[in-house]
Design a protein around this ligand. Structure first.
Ligand code: ADP
Ligand code: MG
Length: 474
């Protein structure tokens, strides 16, 4: 008989929040500060006698995340001390939340969320030249922790969930959540079980610095644990790291129980009676939310009948989506033009940005881009001409029509069609033809005007003039 092993995965995700100051003091929260130990003060370096105060902006960010995932926002919350020794936690404990997190429940992409709470980040240890150095700039930066239920069944779903959370944080302006900068840190708990309704022993994997390593580490753990059990072995509860070079997880330490942290309510901070703060009410927080990624995707699919891949591409960053929205508005929601605009965004513009190594939607004028699209829809610009014009628009900006004219990129319209229109006009307008031959210049202008009207403005006047002169009956 073949035994089936079913994986269960739960994620613990930490994200640094975007606030002006740190979680419990007035030191700046500046992730881009490169000089060490600049954004520090006696509070975040834990000098005796100093007292913390709660950062309102950080609380608000977590409540907004909670509202966006449909969780229950606390009306009472408090902070707890989580005691452990580590050189980069100056107090000897971390202020976190234990019994009363700000948010309980909710879901994202169908993955049930256990809780979302607020805590403070640790300092950064730097090991170099046989020495260990500590940079306290990061100590005390507001840190959100989101924990999911162990309901994720495979590595791809875990990766998708983590990407979606990053997008949500960016959409809400709660954080940049760049994994490579350590602004978002993902831990994956993985177990496999052969018994329905029973979880296997879990292993926690840390040091996952990219979405891809999250997926690969989980897939590796599922294979490793399955092979272990199939060989008659046992999974031991432990913390493992991810080795990017070998693409394997490795043992780091056996996990200490949660009792070791000696959690107790932080005596230096007041309780949070959130129900007394009008701006933190469930209704006020919900009303403060922008359009969420899931709603935006649904709107694009519904309103513009776009392909799923195109919707996913447009919605992958808030900047891209905002640019597309501005273009759609500039195109007055005209369906055909918007479909054309999507093609140019997902292929030509994406190609230009890929070549440059970064996107710069904020620097690209959406109405100029929309005008370029209109010129291609009307046939004034060929796709070749549009590509060249777009590159100039991205590099220098300007009016696409002027750019295209200056470089002779505007379409020379089908002369056969113009020829036919002119021939018909010349046959009709015998009087004007006679007058022109008699030397009346104005008659030529009249004939050009008539021809332009007949070609619905598609014919360029100087081209029409040439055709008329060439076709005058002799
Ligand atoms: P701990 O106290 O060890 O941190 P928790 O019960 O708080 O453990 O869970 C932490 C994370 O581990 C959560 O994301 C949860 O979904 C996940 N988890 C718990 N049990 C399992 C399991 N058997 N298999 C996989 N993930 C699990
Ligand atoms: Mg844990």
């Amino acid at each position: 008989m073949i035994t089936m092993y079913v994986p269960a995965i739960g994620l613990e995700i930490h994200a640094e929040l975007k606030t002006r100051t740190k979680m419990f003091c007035d030191s700046a929260n500046d992730p881009d500060e490169t000089r060490p130990n600049v954004n520090v003060c006696p509070i975040c370096t834990a000098h005796p006698g100093t007292l913390p105060t709660i950062n309102r902006e950080a609380v608000r960010h977590v409540l907004r995340v909670g509202s966006a995932i449909g969780g229950t926002l606390a009306d009472f919350s408090e902070f707890d001390r989580k005691s452990y020794f580590y050189p980069d936690i100056p107090k000897g404990y971390q202020i976190s939340q234990y019994e009363h997190p700000l948010v309980v429940g909710g879901e994202l992409l169908g993955v049930a969320i256990t809780r979302v709470h607020l805590e403070e980040d640790a300092a950064r240890s730097i090991h170099a030249g046989g020495k260990s150095l500590i940079d306290f700039n990061r100590a005390g930066i507001p840190l959100m922790e989101l924990v999911t239920e162990p309901v994720i069944a495979d590595a791809e779903t875990a990766g998708r969930f983590a990407r979606e959370l990053q997008l949500l944080l960016r959409t809400l302006g709660a954080g940049e959540a760049n994994l490579e900068k350590g602004e978002m840190r993902i831990e994956a708990n993985v177990s496999v079980s052969s018994e329905k309704g029973r979880f296997g022993t879990k292993v926690e994997v840390k040091n996952l610095n990219s979405f891809r390593s999250v997926e690969r580490a989980i897939a590796f753990e599922i294979r490793r644990q399955t092979a272990l059990l199939e060989g008659g072995g046992e999974v031991v509860q432990e913390t493992r790291g991810w080795n990017e070079a070998t693409q394997e997880t490795f043992h780091q330490r056996f996990k200490e129980g949660s009792a070791d942290y000696r959690y107790f309510p932080e005596p230096d901070l007041p309780k949070l009676i959130l129900s007394d703060i009008p701006e933190f009410s469930t209704a006020a927080i919900r009303a403060s939310l922008p359009e969420l990624p899931c709603d935006r995707r649904a709107r694009y699919a519904r309103a513009y009948a776009l392909k799923e891949g195109d919707v996913a591409y447009l919605c992958a960053t808030p900047e891209r989506a905002a640019f597309f929205d501005a273009v759609a508005t500039a195109l007055k929601e005209h369906k055909e033009s918007i479909a054309r605009a999507v093609n140019y965004i997902v292929s030509d513009l994406a190609g230009i940005y890929a070549k440059r190594g970064s996107e710069a939607y904020a620097a690209l004028d959406a109405s100029a881009f929309a005008k370029l699209i209109t010129l291609t829809v009307s046939g004034d610009l060929s796709s070749r001409g549009a590509k060249d014009t777009l590159l100039i628009l991205v590099e220098k900006g300007g009016d696409p029509e002027i750019i295209a004219r200056e470089r002779g990129l505007m379409q020379v319209h089908d002369t056969e069609e113009l020829q036919a229109a002119v021939t018909a006009i010349l046959q009709q307008e015998t009087r004007a033809v006679e007058e022109y031959r008699a030397g009346k210049e104005a008659a030529l202008q009249y004939l050009i005007g008539k021809s332009m009207k007949a070609t619905k403005g598609a014919g360029n006047p100087s081209l029409l003039k040439d055709i008329i002169i060439k076709n005058l009956p002799s």
